[in-house]
Design a protein around this ligand. Structure first.
Ligand SMILES: [Zn+2]
Length: 455
């Protein structure tokens, strides 16, 4: 078990034992709590969650017109939410309902300790934004869970950190002398280096070779593109110890490819704009532990029944600490595979894997949906394809977008068609569209390998 031990003092003249004040003090206190709570038995965690749920639901019933009428319509009182059965009597709220609730969703009052609020706007799947107000307490949890993730993986904070992200930095790249908050609030750290994700991948690889980082933080699709670069250049990052992936679903195959090209493992974080960090990868088992101190996460089948371990279902969230925006049984639009208790001994429940979003599922002409198997590495066996994206335009037609070093020959196109048909499991009409440079990212900078526009 990793102890959380603040090394820096926030008080002039004090070095030992280190003392902190203000936000770092609240964060340190929460970290100590989280160190204990993760080891509680699962059923005890559930009891605590429901005590917290009653608090947030009582507040929301009073101050959110939308949630108040929703509870009333369901015939539920907040004090009846003391167990999962009670929670399950509230209907699931889907993204569209959250969008159309508008201002009525937000609480008109906020306990003072939860202020100020921040607006978190996520670009919706088809460009419709979802607006959620998040509080100072939500922010504190975000910081604490970020720290928890570092501590679980026992990172050497004195190492160099390289970050490739969407909205950061302002210019193309930036060098900082620390890792920044929350780590640098408590620990001495090495330097950090940031690059914008929109910079050409070849340039990103060169930049990383120059920095030679100990840790790399980026999006799975950006990582996949980098792996191809390193393979092509025949280079590695000699000091690299681990890749941290965020922001998108980690497609199967990227872990193996990272092991092969860079010789390191990936630590993935599952999070969303609306609720922040949802689950962290266990350092021992690799399963994703749900952040139960901050959320109740249900995985539901098509009849809204809980999925047993090993089954894939819709992810439904309840944010236990958001007193500004009641997200209580919110269907976030993701699919995940429910997991069993983790052998590491933590009582935090698990997900085996995050599968993706509904809009990333293939729609067959007969109305059935399934997850498409699109694997870049097979495509590269046929032609020098650098990037691809598959878009289902309707139930019959699929557009295959490609960035290739050279135009494909007829033979290569025919072979590729066969592979796409095999992986989709149906002989769709295929249209190849070639891009030079890079296939544009979607709103919010996310890149999706497969998008279904068909209805
Ligand atoms: Zn575990």
């Amino acid at each position: 078990m990793t102890r959380f031990q603040a090394k820096l003092s926030g008080i002039v003249g004090n070095v030992w034992p280190p003392m902190v004040t203000g936000l770092p003090a609240s964060l340190a206190a929460l970290m100590h709590q989280l160190e204990e709570t993760q080891w509680l038995p699962a059923d005890e965690i559930v009891q605590h969650q429901h005590q917290q749920l009653i608090k947030v639901a009582t507040h929301a019933a009073m101050h959110s017109p939308y949630f108040g009428s929703r509870l009333q319509a369901a015939g539920v009182r907040p004090d009846q939410l003391s167990d999962l059965e009670g929670l399950r009597s509230i209907p699931v709220m889907v993204r569209r309902e959250l969008q159309s609730a508008g201002e009525d969703l937000f609480c008109t009052q906020l306990p003072q300790a939860h202020a100020p609020v921040e607006i978190s706007q996520s670009s919706g799947s088809i460009g419709e934004p979802v607006v959620v107000k998040r509080t100072a307490i939500n922010h504190l949890f975000w910081l604490a869970i970020t720290l928890r993730e570092h501590l679980w993986h026992q990172r050497d904070f004195l190492g160099k950190l390289a970050v490739i992200r969407v909205n950061y930095p302002v210019g193309n790249s930036e060098n900082l002398d620390s890792w920044g908050a929350p780590v640098s609030l408590f620990f001495n750290t090495g330097s950090s280096h940031a690059m914008r994700i929109t910079v050409d991948v070849g340039q990103q690889a060169e930049w990383l070779e120059d920095i030679d980082p100990d840790y790399l933080l980026t999006y799975p699709t950006s990582l996949a593109a980098l792996l191809q670069q390193f393979e092509r250049r025949g280079t590695k990052l000699p000091r690299l110890r681990q890749v941290r992936s965020i922001g998108e679903t980690l497609a199967s195959g990227i872990r193996e490819a990272t092991r092969k090209s860079l010789g390191v493992e990936i630590a993935d974080t599952y999070s969303s704009q609306e609720v922040g960090p949802i689950a962290l990868q266990c350092p021992e088992s690799g399963m994703y532990h749900i952040m139960s101190e901050s959320l109740i996460v249900e995985v539901l089948d098509e009849h809204d029944e809980p999925c047993p371990p090993g089954q894939v279902g819709r992810v439904v969230m309840t944010d236990l600490h958001n007193f500004a925006t009641p997200l209580i049984r919110y269907d976030i639009g993701d699919y995940a595979e429910a997991g069993a208790a983790c052998p590491c001994g933590r009582g935090l429940p698990t997900l085996n894997r995050i599968v993706g979003r509904e809009r990333n599922m293939l729609l067959l002409p007969d109305g059935r949906r399934h997850w498409p198997l699109v694997g870049a590495y097979h495509y590269r066996d046929i032609a020098p394809i650098r990037q691809y994206q598959v878009i289902q335009r309707n139930r019959e037609m699929i557009e295959v977008r490609l960035v290739s070093d050279m135009p494909l020959t007829d033979v290569q196109e025919t072979r590729l068609k066969q592979i796409v048909h095999e992986s989709l499991g149906f002989p769709f009409q295929l249209q190849f569209v070639y891009f030079s440079g890079e296939i544009p990212r979607g709103p919010g900078g996310k890149f999706e390998e497969f998008i279904c526009e068909a209805k």
